[in-house]
Design a protein around this ligand. Sequence first.
Ligand SMILES: Cc1ncc(COP(=O)(O)O)c(C=O)c1O
Length: 430
Amino acid sequence: MTTVSSNLELVERARQVIPGGVNSSNRGLPWPIAIVEASGAYFTDADGTRYLDYHAAFGPLILGHNHPGVNAAVHAAIDRIDIIGTGITDIEVELAERIVHHVPCAERVLLTNSGSEATYAALRLARAVTGRNKIIKFQGTYHGWHDAVLMNVISAPDKIGQYDPLSLGMLPEVIKNTIILPFNDVEALGEALQQRGDEIAAILVEVIPHNIGCVLPRPEFLSALRALATEYGVLLIFDEVITGFRHGLGGYQGICGVTPDLATFAKAMANGYPIAALAGKAMYMNRFDPGGGVVFAGTYNGHPIGVSAALATIAELERGKVYPHCFALAKRAAQGIQQIAHELGIPMKVAVFGSVFVPYFMEGPIETYTDLLRNNTAHDVWFRKTMCEHGIFMIPTALKRNHVSAAHTEADIDRTIETAREVLRRLPAT
Ligand SMILES: Cc1ncc(COP(=O)(O)O)c(C=O)c1O
């Protein structure tokens, strides 16, 4: 039982002992909020406000909060075993087998605990395999909080084309080994590889850059990624931390038909329990064998809590009902909100892919980060904040995505659309 009396009380206590009062730089909100309960598509704060949740903890909750089947599997696992820290367990092998079965690039799998650890290991492996230091990432993508990647996500217009590190304390010599290119730009990619291909170890890409909403890759960009990586001996790494298991059991690579050399997974793989995976071709992944010269370690890697949650989540996804349900509801939400914007004469494009939808306050094509500079940030944030005030939680940060889970219902979506109508009618002129 919680003893929290109000949002304000707990947030004030948190600020006394936790920097900023939150455990991730991305979790702060402009108003005090302390969560006391979560179930299905909803969570409840300490003041008793119940929110319909589209934030989904930045994406993991494909089945909804506190899924009974996943929780039961976790309970069963920890009643039997806990962390051993030597050898392997049956459930770790089973999970690796499920991932190899579903994910096209996955011939070998390693488990860790967060997406950041997975992308870190992927880059280390690529550097070891190629003997090269530099990597390519794209403006608008996020791959975790380590020095090689924590830059150029949502950049101010004057920072585009320059380094835009997100934190102090990052090593300049690491930053400068990352080359930032525009997403969806085949020419820029070709030029960079022509000029410096022999220095580049990896192309690391969120194939759908969901950290800026829902920007889809051009087909020719996808094929260029594969062809140019092969031509220049560069490892192609798909960061599927968001797309993996959310858009399909094979990740986005199973949908687009382009197979990377390595791929990273987390979030929806275990419906929010802490686990991540690095998967890839055996010829590269086997360098992590003892004697292969590349180290992969972690006290909590393959912990039964995350592993059993992942097995139960994947089993639920394999039953085949979750994706059609979520995709249909996300489309319904996107179409409903788009229609309202049209009726009210508000410039808006609601992007949708699978279970993800994002209302952008702009018109015209959305293919590159620079296209998004046309987004009306003030309207975007105001809309989200006002939806939150009406009990519909869309994180009040511009460009962030909304996620539909198996626990959302048609009635939830219809309420969202009707609330959006009320809110958008009052959109201030800015
Ligand atoms: C695409 C992508 N890669 C990697 C990460 C890092 O994952 P984690 O926060 O689990 O370290 C994130 C987190 O949002 C992400 O969106």
